[in-house]
Design a protein around this ligand. Sequence first.
Ligand code: ADP
Ligand code: MG
Length: 348
Amino acid sequence: RRYQPDAIIQRLPSTLANQIAAGEVVERPASIVKELVENALDAGASRIEVQIRQGGLEAIRVSDDGYGIRPDELELAVSPHATSKIASLADLENIASLGFRGEALASIGSVARLTIESRVGEAGSGWRLSLNGREAPPELTPAAHPVGTSVSVSELFYNTPARRRFLRTERTEYRYIEDMLKRLALSRFEVGFTLIHNQREIFRLPPATQPAQRARRVERLCGKAFYRQAWALDFAQEGLRLSGWLGGPQAARAQADLQYVYVNGRSVRDKLINHALRQAYQPRLYPGRHPAWVLYLELDPLKLDVNVHPTKHEVRFHEARRIHDFLAHAVNEALERASPAADAAPAP
Ligand code: ADP
Ligand code: MG
């Protein structure tokens, strides 16, 4: 259809508007896993189970034991811009949850089959809401479910064939999901995470509260080779704190595939942070090698903007320069202490 310069302006039907918005949030099965697991974390879950079939292309189900959604709010939960997490601009500037845009469920529901089962308290009973695209109205029926929520998604992009063509093989989509869940599992040690692919248990991580249990989780997710030689770091200065594990320069990798960074508990891929970290590592690395790290930066949420992109992978710091220098300094110090620069030893 050709664009008509003299066409009249009309408001888009809400389904189409949601499908357009979904393009920003739901890129592939792994993005759905991210949104659903973040919702489970925001609901105070202590255990989260992710079940996928065929790399998530066939089906995704995320179950949690969080506080659930009341039956009379289920339909609202899947409508656009509906959220329980913020109510004002002040809340937006001081965000304590992973979600806040009220977009994920509405977006997912507009490009896939979506079913939510939930139960709020011991007293209540479970309910199921099924969205069947535009063909049929949403259905709300009683359903057996323990306290918590299970969200099931299938037939991703069944109604948007152009988007479906961008999906890759089962293997590739599976890898994206596994990496995403690793990222999330490293962000919340006190929560148990399970991944099941095609009925096979890939991992079951118990809640980790003791240092030894946390260490086991890092070892399990990042590999023994990383954990054995990594240095623990905990550095605080003027309201900023950086903690986590730094891989030694000798264990640098051919790819930058083991670099996990969290800002106030949120996984990010941030240019400024990466630049600062690379700057600290640079003099100690062979060219073309990539260090590994699992790092947690904490700062006053008022000095951070997380509402930069719908996927929230990016953040903006109010004091970018100060953050950059703090990170470079903290990592440099740690590397210095860990490796008393054998090559710079004083001549006899
Ligand atoms: P957001 O997370 O930005 O608020 P979502 O579309 O992801 O938007 O979810 C909408 C609302 O549905 C949430 O604000 C929350 O109240 C509710 N919700 C979604 N998932 C869960 C869950 N697993 N447990 C409890 N409540 C949930
Ligand atoms: Mg959400």
